[in-house]
Design a protein around this ligand. Sequence first.
Ligand code: NAD
Length: 256
Amino acid sequence: MVKDGRFNEHVALITGAAQGIGKAVAFKIAREGGAVALLDILPKVHETAREISGEGIRAMALTVDIGDQTAVGEAIIEISQRFHKIDILVNNAGIVAPASLEDVTENDWDRVVQVSLKGAFFCTRHVLPFMKKENYGKIVNISSRASLGKVKRTVYSACKAGLIGLARTWALELAPYHINVNNVAPGPIATELFEKANPPGSPQTEAILKNVPLGRMGRPEEVADAVAFLASDEASFITGQTLFICGGVTIGGVYF
Ligand SMILES: NC(=O)c1ccc[n+]([C@@H]2O[C@H](COP(=O)([O-])OP(=O)(O)OC[C@H]3O[C@@H](n4cnc5c(N)ncnc54)[C@H](O)[C@@H]3O)[C@@H](O)[C@H]2O)c1
């Protein structure tokens, strides 16, 4: 038990928590006292939960494809049976299929939308009854700087911009239940997802770095700090907003 932790008495569900940003968010909330339920398609999510439990914090993991609505519903029932409530949801899991408008296949379109956009919809819909019952909730979606436009990200940018629209709509619909809905929009953060799409040292990665005013990649922990803020009562008057965690990339401008 964490003494006087910001998330004591709270239960957080984090999707895509086996690695990268989701794992950093899980540790951040857990180390500040929250019980955490972790969903991921990768079995190694159980290792994350074991590591967190090893620090004396309540954690559970389930291997679930968040693009499968039935599986999501069953997982959320299992979590509620163990922890009795869910009051924080971090819609983090997402996939990318780098391709331009001309190259993207319908199969890629469907696959990315199913996880990155519909997955967040499924998780939120199934968690909502628990938040409404408590008359309390914090939902944080992980959007992306790519929501503002990025070449070869036709489907991905659509999904990430879609999450911004969803958060604004859900913020309005859920305000009467004291449920805040916000987005964190990272980029570029050194994780497996990023490095798969942008190999270290490649001309494309060097070009990305040149465009970051702070001159470096972000760390998953830096995104987790912002997520924790939006998931906490310190952000109680913030809803429907998007916070960019991108080293200043969204400012634009030219650097000499
Ligand atoms: N890394 C970046 O630069 C960056 C920038 C902007 C936004 N993001 C977003 O942040 C989020 C996390 O990205 P990351 O960089 O940590 O990526 P990552 O690939 O390291 O982690 C994503 C996690 O989601 C899980 N996942 C994938 N499909 C799933 C499914 N169907 N069901 C359940 N889990 C699934 C993966 O197994 C993985 O553990 C993503 O939504 C990503 O789009 C990342």
